[in-house]
Design a protein around this ligand. Structure first.
Ligand SMILES: [Zn+2]
Length: 323
């Protein structure tokens, strides 16, 4: 009998759910809107419905399913399975998601911070295959990450390890969404790139970014588009993006000494524009011994990283339960 797990990627705007087999193949995948403003009960109802729907579409019954894995925004207590109060899930305060899903499915439930789950996914099925000491970094509106040490996800005391976007790179830097100042994410995320562009324009920099953004708020994509058109200011901003990423990467390399780092997230769609600068700064700043045998690559799972990570967490809990 083929056995499966379910992976659920719970996000602020969508719930993606998959059925994965033992070979790591996604047999079925569906996406529902989160409609987060309706609150936890309605959202969990849609998560449950999505699980039944993938089973139905794949014609797989409940007996063939071994576990359910969930990747969710933090903060959380991964061990106890409690979601604390994620900024993009309004009304979720101390929600015992693991227990709620157990009551529904009577299956082992794994709950991981989404970036940690993504690290597991990339390590098992993507760019980090065979890396024993692996790090996954996502650069999009924020910066997040996950660390695998000796083949195991490094969770920290309550599942919130590797909040690497909130490591300080300038102690007098701009205020970050977390309340601290000068976080890596406040310098090198996609939102930071857009913010820097806006500041420059406000100070009188003439740039094609203004026309490209038109009446919209400036986004990282607009900066990248202008840079590809040869716009000087946009090229300067993208160069700085690579610089700030390299500075933070050196911190990570010195802290964790990984053998492989995979970088994903929306900003990496433009990998070729900033990666040379990023790697140059990283090599300048990291300890030489920690750079030996280090591979830094673009993550390969793309938009499936969330569900594959959640499913990887489900396989992981099966493995632990069998020990
Ligand atoms: Zn921060």
């Amino acid at each position: 009998m083929t056995r499966y797990v379910v992976g659920i990627d719970l996000g602020g705007t969508k719930i993606a759910t998959c059925l994965m087999d033992e070979e790591g193949c996604i047999v079925k995948k569906i996406i529902l809107p989160t409609l987060a403003s309706e609150g936890p009960e309605a959202v969990i109802g849609r998560m449950n419905a999505s699980v039944y729907e993938v089973m139905k579409q794949a014609k797989v019954d409940r007996k063939s399913i071994l576990a359910v894995g969930v990747g969710s925004p933090g903060p959380m207590d991964s061990e106890k399975g409690i979601i604390k109060n994620p900024p993009n899930l309004p009304g979720w305060i101390q929600i015992p998601l693991k227990n709620i899903l157990w009551d529904e499915f009577k299956l082992p439930i794994a709950l991981e911070n989404d970036a940690n789950a993504a690290a597991l996914g990339e390590n098992l099925y993507g760019s980090g295959k065979s890396a024993k000491n692996f790090m996954y970094i996502t650069v999009s509106t924020g910066i997040g990450g996950g660390v695998v040490v000796n083949g195991k996800l490094f969770k920290g005391a309550n599942g919130n390890a590797a909040e690497i976007g909130h490591t300080t790179i300038n102690f007098q830097g701009p205020r970050c969404g977390c309340g601290n100042m000068g976080c890596w994410e406040a310098y090198a995320s996609g939102s930071a790139l857009a913010r820097f562009a806006g500041e420059g324009i406000k100070n009188g920099r003439k740039t094609a970014i203004t026309e490209i953004a038109c009446d919209e708020n400036i986004k990282a994509e607009h900066v990248f588009t202008a840079a590809k058109q040869g716009d000087d200011y946009a090229k300067e901003l993208v160069d700085r993006e690579g610089y700030y990423l390299g500075v933070g990467l050196a911190n990570m390399i010195n802290s964790f000494n990984p053998d492989s780092i995979a970088i994903g997230g929306g900003v990496t769609n433009e990998w070729d524009l900033f990666s040379d600068r990023m790697l140059e700064v990283m090599e300048e700043r990291a300890l030489k011994a920690n750079l030996e045998n280090l591979k830094v690559i673009k993550a390969t799972l793309g938009s499936d990283v969330g569900i594959m990570g959640a499913a990887a967490a489900a396989w992981e809990i099966c493995r632990i339960n069998n020990e």
